[in-house]
Design a protein around this ligand. Structure first.
Ligand code: BGP
Length: 478
């Protein structure tokens, strides 16, 4: 493997999302989001945890940006909370909401940190869910465009990187197929229909951004889980093809090419679940795909895929407790199932630790789409402990170092990579796993409730990574 460095100007970043970090869920005129509602339903999140206070970033953003500056961070990815700007989803603007992000963006740029702004990281205004079923209705397209335009007009001068949607594949799968996120539905047709609407929203907003001539770059971030076949057997290799056709390529082609893959269409048509795609949709999606500047990739793990007979497993149990081994096999009967890979280590939440999967996945994306990539999330969820004012998270350093090295290998193999954001900057609320699953470079003392910030060992290490433009990861083995 070539040893290659990172290009000058590489965006060494770190990320967060509004609902997971801000808290202040009712402050200064913010309206309720579907997550404010969901966490109040019994049994929906780990031990009933919620983001009411979270890391209280809303009130502590100056301190947090001070830490980013100390770290030498080049880019900070965060999301704007739609219901802070439009408490009802549309109509009257809440100026205090705009003011918060204006201040945050100013604080970042004044400290030489590039803001990377996500417009939607899952906290839909509850009012739009109530009015027309949120993502189930095409009405959301105009309301989202109005919200996006408001943000472009307010922040366009200072923000050069925009991510329209965060992981539309995850919020529609978990929200409309697996009933684990709001609004808690479970129907294949509705899942595919809502996903199609996310693609229309993405394309509409990308087009709007370009037509209005805003400077900068725009794209969306998809969660990408590349996969291997469990064995060389013909049936496992077929399962892998099914996985890509109905999963990865299904999800990404519509964003990056403006059309669904043929094999996936056949399958979903037979299943009676193919979304309605009009000629106008096709035109819009193609245009959106042409105009988007980059693909955001959230990479955490790979999957290993095996044959799954028609009477085989469906969706299994998800490990949200951190008790290793509690995740069960899951799959789509007749298509594929995902299995544990004996050659790979797993986290306490049963996520495969596979740095080379990142290199492999980036090369697949290069071949298929040829788009520049921004890694908008990558990180390790773990139990951390605060001991005498320190957090020794060598396991996180090892994880990140290997993934950064995989990025450098992908670059050496021709991938145009703009940046890399660790998930996450501070510890924050993990949607289904509460506060015990930590990802941050900065520890937040949730247990005592002081929310005190403590720099973890990984913070000091990432500081050196940035200062050396990634070189220290190329040198360390392990
Ligand atoms: C991604 C989300 C993030 C974050 C991350 C870690 O899917 O975009 O918001 O939560 O995953 O996931 P989790 O918190 O479930 O461990």
């Amino acid at each position: 493997m070539n040893r290659a460095g990172f290009p000058a100007g590489f965006l060494w970043g770190s990320a967060s999302a509004a609902y997971q970090v801000e808290g202040a869920y009712q402050a200064d005129g913010k309206g309720p989001s579907i997550w404010d509602t969901w966490v109040r339903l019994p049994g929906k999140t780990f031990q009933g945890a919620n983001g009411d206070v979270a890391a209280d970033h809303y009130h502590r953003y100056r301190e947090d940006v001070g830490l980013m500056k100390e770290l030498g961070l080049k880019a900070y990815r965060f999301s704007i909370s739609w219901p802070r700007i439009f408490p009802q989803g549309k109509g009257k603007i809440n100026q205090a909401g705009l003011e918060f992000y204006k201040n945050l963006i100013h604080q970042l740029t004044a400290n030489g940190i590039e803001p990377v702004v996500t417009l939607y990281h899952w906290d839909l205004p509850q009012a739009l869910q109530d009015e027309y079923g949120g993502w189930e209705s095409r009405d959301i397209i105009a309301d989202f465009a109005n919200y996006a335009k408001t943000c472009f007009d307010a922040f366009g001068g200072q923000v050069k990187y925009w991510i329209v949607l965060n992981e539309p594949n995850i919020f529609t799968q978990l929200g409309y197929l697996l009933a684990m996120h709001p609004p808690g539905k479970s129907d294949l047709r509705t899942y595919l229909h809502t996903y199609h609407i996310t693609a229309l929203v993405h394309a509409t907003v990308v087009k709007l951004f370009k037509e209005q001539g805003h400077p900068g770059h725009i794209g969306s971030s998809i969660a990408f889980t590349p996969a291997y076949p469990a064995s060389d057997k013909e049936e496992d290799r077929r399962a892998l093809t099914n996985y890509y056709a109905t999963n990865c390529w299904w999800l990404m082609d519509i964003y990056c090419k403006g059309e669904y893959p043929a094999r996936g269409k056949e399958y979903y048509t037979q299943a009676g679940a193919m979304p309605q795609v009009s000629a106008a949709d096709r035109e819009l999606l193609r245009r959106g795909a042409e105009l988007a500047d980059f693909l955001g990739v959230n990479y955490y793990q790979t999957a290993t895929v095996a044959h799954n007979p028609i009477d085989g497993v469906g969706f299994g149990a998800m490990n949200t407790s951190g008790k290793k081994g509690t995740q069960t096999e899951n799959g789509v009967p007749g298509l594929y199932k995902t299995v544990f890979n004996p050659n790979i280590e797993y986290t306490d939440w049963d996520w495969a630790i596979d740095p080379d999967g990142l290199r492999y996945g980036l090369l697949q994306l290069k071949e298929r789409y040829g788009l520049p990539v921004l890694i908008s999330e990558n990180g390790l969820g773990a139990f951390d402990s605060l001991e005498q004012g320190r957090v020794h998270d060598q396991y996180r350093i090892d994880f990140l170092a290997k993934h950064i090295r995989a990025c450098s290998q992908a670059i050496a193999q021709g991938v145009e990579l703009w940046g890399y954001c660790t998930w996450s900057f501070t510890d924050l609320f993990s949607w289904l796993n509460g506060y015990q699953k930590r990802y941050g470079l900065v520890y937040v003392d949730f247990d005592s409730g002081t929310l005190q910030r403590v720099k973890k060992d990984s913070f000091y290490w990432y500081k050196e990574v940035i200062a050396s433009n990634g070189d220290i990861c190329l040198e360390t083995e392990g």
